[in-house]
Each structure stands twice: as C-alpha cells, then as structure tokens.
Design a protein around this ligand. Sequence first.
Ligand SMILES: Cc1ncc(COP(=O)(O)O)c(C=O)c1O
Length: 487
Amino acid sequence: MLPSLSSQLTAELLALRDQHRLRSCQSLAGASRVNVTSDGLRLTAFCSNDYLGLACHPALARAAAEATARSGFGAGASRLVSGTLPEHLALEDALASLVGAEAALLFPTGYQANLGAITALAGPLDLIVADRADHASIIDACRLSRSKLAFYPHLDLARAERHLNHFGPAARRRFLVTESLFSMDGDVAPLPELLALARAHDAALVVDEAHAIGCLGPSGAGLCAHFGVRPDVLVGTLGKAIGASGAFVAGTVGLRTYLSNCARPFLFTTALPPPVAAAALAAVQIITSVDGDLLRRALRERVTQLRFRLVLPPDPFAAPILPMILGPDDHALRASSQLRDKGILVQPIRPPTVREGTARLRITLSAQHTPEQVATLADAVASLSLNPSCPSAIPTLADEPTPRCSSQTTSRASDRAPSSSEQVFRHPGRLPESCPLAAGTARAHFVRRLPGTSGLQTSRLRRSCNRPEPVRRCIGLTGRVCIDLPQ
Ligand SMILES: Cc1ncc(COP(=O)(O)O)c(C=O)c1O
C-alpha cells in the first residue's frame, strides 16, 4: 500500500527540518512594523518592507476608514464585473503619474501583477531573458508563460546579450526582465544599459520596481525615474514602501487595455478592497509631498549610519536592503537567533528564496528606526558569533559624527573606494588566494562589483587579508568586503 498523503507530508517536513529549512509564520503584535512584540518579548524589527513607516500611518488608517464608510469594505466582484470603484480609478491615476506612465492597472498582489503581465504578454513562441536573482513571482510567471526562458547570472549583461543573440532571432517577441532594486541582494540593476540592450534586440524591457517605489528616485518615483529609463512594462507593489497591499502595472494606455482583457490574474479575481486602494492613495500623496522627502531623508540617514558602523562602503543609492550573506543555512539561523536574544528581529533567508549556499540575514531599514536602534543593531551584528562557545568581535566604528544623506561620505568610508554603482552579492569561488579563510571562522560577504576597480584596491585587499587577526575586512578587486566571524 502506498503511504498516506499525511505520512508523506510528515516525512517531507522532517526532511526540511533536518536541512534547517522548516519555516513557520511568527505572530507579531504592535501598531508598528519596527517596534513589535513576539511571545511577550519586545523586539526591534529590521526585516519588514515598510521602508517609510507608512504601514501604520494614521493618514492611511483614516483614508481606509473613510473609504469603508463611502464604498464598503469588499469590492464584491472582479474589476470587469462590478468591482471597479472610484478608489481604484483614483489610485491608478496617481500611480501612473508617480512613475510617469500613461496608465496603470491595479492587481491584488505583486505576485499576481508579475504573473498577469508576463503570462499575458509572452507565450510559447517568445523569448524571456531574465536575471537569475529575479523574484519568485517573475520566475513563476516566466515558467507559466511557456516561453523560451534564458536566465543570465545576476547582473551579467554580457550573458544576457548572448542569450538575446542566440535565441532572439527565432522568437516572435523578446523580453528582458529585471528587478530595479533586487529584493534579496539590495543591489541595483544597470537600467540604462538594460534598456539599450533591449532596444538593440527589439526586446521589451520589463522592470519590477517593488522595492524602489516610494523610497528611491525623484519623489519616490523609483529607479526607472532616477535613470530616466522608460520601460515597456513597469511593475510596482503597494505592500512595501507604500504601506498597504496590492500592486500595479504601468505603461501605455494600450498596455493597460490589453492586460485588463488578457491578464488572467486580473480577470479572474476579486478587485482590491476599496479601503486598501484609498489607503494606498493616501500613501502616494505622502510619498510625493514634502513629508515624503523627509521620510526618504531619514531612511537614507539610517542606511548611511548602519553602513558606516559596519565599515561598509557608502552606497550611492542608499538602498534600505542590506544582505549579510552567511552561506550555510544553519549559520543564518544561528545569527538570527543571536540577534533575537539581543531584542532584534531579522529573519534568516534561506533557499529556495535565495540560491543554495547563500543563506543570509536580510537587514532592512525603515525611516521609523531611530539612530539608537540602528546603533544597537550594528553592535549586535558586531557581536555575532557562529559558534556560541567562541566570543566574537567584529569591530564596528564609533557612531558617525553626523549621520547624513548618502551623498555625503565619511572620510573613513570614502577612503574605501569610489562607487558609481554598487552591488552587494556573493562570489564564493573568486576569493583571492591571498585571502584564505582562517581556521575557525566563517565569512560574511558584502560584495560590490565596481566597473574599473583599481590595482590600489587589490593591494589594499592583500594587505588587509594578510593581517593575522581572525576578524577581517577586505575590499577586493571586485569590491568585496568580507567580515570573518569566529565560528
Ligand atoms: C521584487 C518583488 N516583486 C514582487 C513581489 C510580490 O509582491 P506582493 O508581496 O505584493 O505579492 C515581491 C515581494 O516580496 C518582490 O520582492
């Protein structure tokens, strides 16, 4: 007899547990995504996507309450049946104007927006070339479209071009798909170069701005606006900096009409509740106001402060996502648990969310964090030890004299390396031989890839790597910053 479904599931869950991959939904309480309570324990969370602290803003709650009184709570039907309400149309107009597009179409979630846009536009005769680090919703959408799918290594445009050259000519349509600010890596796609590549191959550029909208770019318009790039399809979400829930696809009026006719995750689902749309509109109004500028400035200051304290090079984008890549899953689990013991919540991120061997702490900052909370986080990261029996010591810098916006660099930080585009990711195979991992240490990588990094940086790397102490920081040819943790 075959094993029952329940015994098969139990076996699979046990296997997940043994691989340190079992997850559970942790319940958090509190009217803030930063100051939370879990099991009676007060924690400072550094893992939400509420980058501007709008999720619990009174203006959003007020807008939602007013919309509930005006239009009811549930939309009652899909958009094309009877679920389109004034709140949806007002929000779509505001979002289109935020990102400088002709039109926008709402979806109930970002997952559905990617699924809807990509599966409606691309089919079995088409080619999709996508960054390997793209979000799961993009990957799933590409697979579901049944298009020819070619991934390129993260940010490797030469490989993307090779895919376009190789597979492009046979395709009916070609798509180049990327995130703008990568959700798990905190680095930024070279959007102007991607646009040029797309244009050179008659490909459509699809950009997911989920983590950039609201906090990066002029008036929070995102990184496409920052670079002056107009993609063919722009996806944005409402559940991150906008502090609500839902998503949108922006582009031409024709794109909006097409998706509202052909995107199944739009057609066959109940419309966003009108109070959620109204709250998102209130958030967009804050984001585009002077208050939005102040929130973005506060966020940049926190990012600058944390990077300085961790002796990381300045980030010209001041991206609020800082991955600390620890490698094995259990290292990420242990580091997260040690932070929790110090009152800090940072969830371990493990495969399949990230690639095998790159489990990490994904630290996110919010405008709501205080400088004291950021300093506490830096100290806690500094005292991480991957082996509880071995006390750790990652030296951090004393507080930056005046933590200010990202355009200002501290003398210590600017000494590190110039940077026009900074990306944080891991290259386990390319550590220079002069930088062996000392016995009893594990390495956390903060990596930047800089076009045209100089020999000066290489020698700095060699110098710092040859130092005998177990905790090291290195800046390499590729802009690598390593912190070795005692294990
Ligand atoms: C890049 C990216 N796109 C899309 C999504 C999905 O958005 P949502 O949470 O609204 O479904 C996420 C969610 O984390 C994301 O990081």
